[in-house]
Design a protein around this ligand. Sequence first.
Ligand SMILES: Cc1cc2nc3c(=O)[nH]c(=O)nc-3n(C[C@H](O)[C@H](O)[C@H](O)COP(=O)(O)O)c2cc1C
Length: 148
Amino acid sequence: MEKILIVYHSQSGNTKAAAENVAEGAKQARAKVTVKEALRATVKDLLSCDAIAVGTPDYFSYMAGGLKDFFDRTYYPTQGSVTDKPCGIFVTHGGGGKAVESVKNICATFKFKVIGKPVLIKDRPDKEAITQLVNLGKLLTQTAKQQK
Ligand SMILES: Cc1cc2nc3c(=O)[nH]c(=O)nc-3n(C[C@H](O)[C@H](O)[C@H](O)COP(=O)(O)O)c2cc1C
């Protein structure tokens, strides 16, 4: 069973809702899913998963500090051990969404294999965004399965 880790930061619930949609897709594809608030996610969580999805609100055209903290804490201890780990990205925003570039850059530095297109969601996920997020969870699980 593939282990999928979903790490997110959320202040007013939009990104949390999106994380739960990704989790739903991964569960439908029969993954073992762990959903963690970014400030609580650990090096062990990252090392032990088969694929990761990272989610953040756009704050001032950058990722939220909570997700940045996760990346800051886990970078050195995981360097060389997470190369090509499948990774999905989702970003909620209020009409901008430029923060996605900061997430893509850090994921490239970790050497994750970014799967699919980052999902950009205006505020709370609507029906169309939910479909994209569920599909991201499924795709991540399928990719992790193929890579094992
Ligand atoms: C401090 C702060 C800064 C923000 N900056 C931006 C921004 O630069 N561009 C944008 O599109 N939305 C911006 N927003 C809106 C949030 O990205 C948006 O409401 C998001 O969905 C909130 O996610 P959450 O409910 O998971 O906390 C900002 C919100 C806050 C609180």
